[in-house]
Design a binder for this molecule. Structure first.
Ligand code: ZN
Length: 196
C-alpha cells in the first residue's frame, strides 16, 4: 500500500489489525469485563483504548492574551490557546510548556492549573495552565499561521477553535475582574459542532 508522500494523517483510534501479530481485530466483551474491547483471537492481545490529554496554556503579557491561528485541521484558520496532545514521558506541565513553545515560540513561566475540561464524546480531557510570558517575543511553528497578543477587548470570540478555549477564556476574563483565579473542572458534551 502506498500513499501521497506529502500526506500523513493521525490513524483512527480503532485499529483493523493486531499490533502484535497483524491478525484482524475482533470487537467483543471479554469475560469479567463490561465493555467491548479490540481483541486479537490469534495471540490473545487486548488493545485497550483510553482518553487522551490535551495540554496547553493561557499566556499573559501586560494584560494581553496569547492566541494562535491554527494552520492545521481540525479548525484550521481559527484562533486557539496554545495546546496539543501530551507526549509519552512528560508531565502535564512539561507538555503545556512544550506546546506553547512549539506553537507560538513563547517563553513562559507556568502558573496555576486553571481549567480541566472533560470532553467525553471525543474521548479527551483538556487541561490549561495560566502562564506568564517572560517576553512578548513570538516565533510561531509550522502548526500556527500567526501568533499574537490580544487585548482583553479584542478576543475574536466568533472565530475561536474549541469550546475548551472559549470557556477557559471566559473564566479568565470574569476572574480577572475580581483578581482571584480558581481552578475549574467541568464537562463539555456533544453539541452541534462535532469534534470539540
Ligand atoms: Zn495478535
Amino acid at each position: 500500500m502506498s500513499h501521497d508522500p506529502d500526506f500523513y494523517f493521525p490513524a483512527p483510534r480503532l485499529q483493523k489489525f493486531c499490533g502484535q501479530c497483524a491478525t484482524p481485530i475482533t470487537r467483543r466483551i471479554l469475560e469479567g469485563d463490561n465493555r467491548e474491547r479490540d481483541v486479537c483471537e490469534a495471540c490473545g492481545a487486548v488493545h485497550y483504548q483510553n482518553p487522551r490529554l490535551v495540554v496547553g496554556t493561557l499566556p499573559i503579557w501586560n494584560d494581553k492574551i496569547l492566541l494562535c491561528l491554527r494552520a492545521i485541521e481540525p479548525r484550521a484558520n481559527t484562533w486557539t490557546l496554545p495546546a496539543g496532545f501530551m507526549e509519552l514521558g512528560e508531565t502535564i506541565g512539561q507538555g503545556a510548556e512544550r506546546e506553547t513553545q512549539e506553537e507560538a515560540g513563547a517563553q513562559i513561566t507556568l502558573g496555576k492549573l486553571y481549567t480541566v475540561v472533560d470532553i467525553p464524546h471525543v474521548d479527551q480531557v483538556h487541561v490549561y495552565f495560566l502562564a506568564h510570558a517572560i517576553s512578548p517575543d513570538l516565533d510561531p511553528g509550522p502548526e500556527t499561521l500567526e501568533a499574537r497578543w490580544y487585548g482583553i477587548d479584542e478576543i475574536p470570540w466568533d472565530n475561536l477553535s474549541f469550546r475548551s478555549v472559549s470557556t477557559t477564556l471566559k473564566h479568565y476574563l470574569r476572574e480577572r475582574e475580581i483578581g482571584h483565579f480558581d481552578t475549574h473542572h467541568y464537562s463539555l458534551f456533544a453539541a452541534n459542532r462535532p469534534g470539540d
